[in-house]
Write a protein that binds this ligand. Structure first.
Ligand code: ATP
Ligand code: ZN
Length: 299
């Protein structure tokens, strides 16, 4: 393996993952200067450079050793892992971290007037997709044979054009499906952006840089899910309110000047805290509830 003293990361040039990927690197304290051709970004703060490319090229660039890491959809990564396994018997590509953005699902969708009675409904049908390997894996797991029609884009219009009966494509809100008179039948992959890499330990300066990047990334991802909840409660209802808080929450109870019968609570909540959780705490007797994002944390 060739040695290099700078990590090279492939990032989507322009598309759904571009902004979030670059902003995540920035939150990790990495800053870049863009070259004139806008394809290469030189790392000014750390020995890390970016290559701006089409998302479909990212797994190949990593597999070939041109880049060391890449921010790419799990859908693209898994499709190309399966492709490499089919071609070469194995793949060195893997996902180091799930990144929490670019969420979507690879789903099978059929014309609105059709009834989906399980995978059996797909037997012998023509299914249009840009993800033939993932679709083939699903069909084989379900022991169903169907014809896979590989299209590189505009998959959703295939049924109307008569080139397929059913499609297998990425869905997030579902609006594109509705606009094309299709309905989602089953999701075959839950996807989001991941940090992809090859199974390699670098024997040069890239290894400590990779470890630093992963440590910072973990810090950023952990804080991203963390919320600071502020609320008030009557002392008489404190036990009830506390019982309604998420189990692993870190809570501080504070007295309020001039209000002997009330307390203020500061609650640090980690991971998926939504409206329903907030309403449950209010229902238990809390008032003046405020939820704040957390920018940084040092335990
Ligand atoms: P490129 O020019 O880089 O090839 P693209 O058109 O293939 O771009 P985008 O549409 O920007 O790619 O999607 C990039 C990734 O965003 C997808 O592979 C997927 O992981 C994710 N994504 C999230 N939501 C959606 C969605 N509704 N439709 C398509 N992709 C989505
Ligand atoms: Zn693409």
């Amino acid at each position: 393996m060739k040695t290099r003293d700078r990590l090279r990361i492939a990032v989507q040039k322009s598309g759904r993952l571009s902004e979030a990927s670059q902003s995540l690197l920035q939150q990790c304290g990495l800053d870049f200067r863009q070259s004139r051709d806008k394809l290469f970004c030189f790392g000014e703060t750390h020995p890390v450079d970016l290559l701006l490319v089409r998302d479909d090229d990212i797994p190949g660039l990593i597999a070939d050793g041109v880049c060391d890491l890449g921010f790419v959809g799990l859908n693209v990564l898994e499709e190309q892992q399966l492709e490499q396994i089919a071609q070469a018997g194995s793949s060195r590509l893997h996902s180091l971290r799930r990144l929490g953005y670019g969420g979507c699902r690879l789903s099978i969708a059929l014309p609105q007037e059709e009834v989906f009675a399980g995978p059996e409904s797909l037997r012998g049908r023509r299914i249009a997709t840009s993800y033939p390997r993932l679709l083939a894996r699903y069909l084989s797991d379900q022991r169903v044979t169907a014809e896979i029609v590989v299209l590189s884009g505009s998959v959703e219009i295939a049924p109307r054009l008569g080139s397929a009966d059913v499609i297998c494509d990425l869905v997030s809100s579902g609006a594109t499906l509705v606009a094309n008179q299709l309905k989602e039948a089953v999701a075959i992959l839950q996807s989001e952006a991941v940090l992809a890499a090859a199974t390699t330990v670098f024997l040069d300066a890239r290894q400590p840089m990779l470890e630093l990047l992963l440590r910072r990334l973990d810090g950023v991802l952990a804080v991203r899910e963390t919320r600071l909840l502020l609320l008030r409660s009557a002392r008489s209802q404190l036990a009830q309110v506390q019982a309604a808080l998420p189990t692993a929450a870190l809570t501080t109870v504070l007295g309020i000047d001039d209000q002997a019968d009330s307390v203020a609570l500061q609650v640090l909540v980690s991971g998926g805290f939504g409206w329903a959780d907030l309403e449950a705490i209010q229902h238990a007797g809390a008032t003046q509830l405020v939820v704040l994002p957390v920018a940084r944390m040092l335990a």
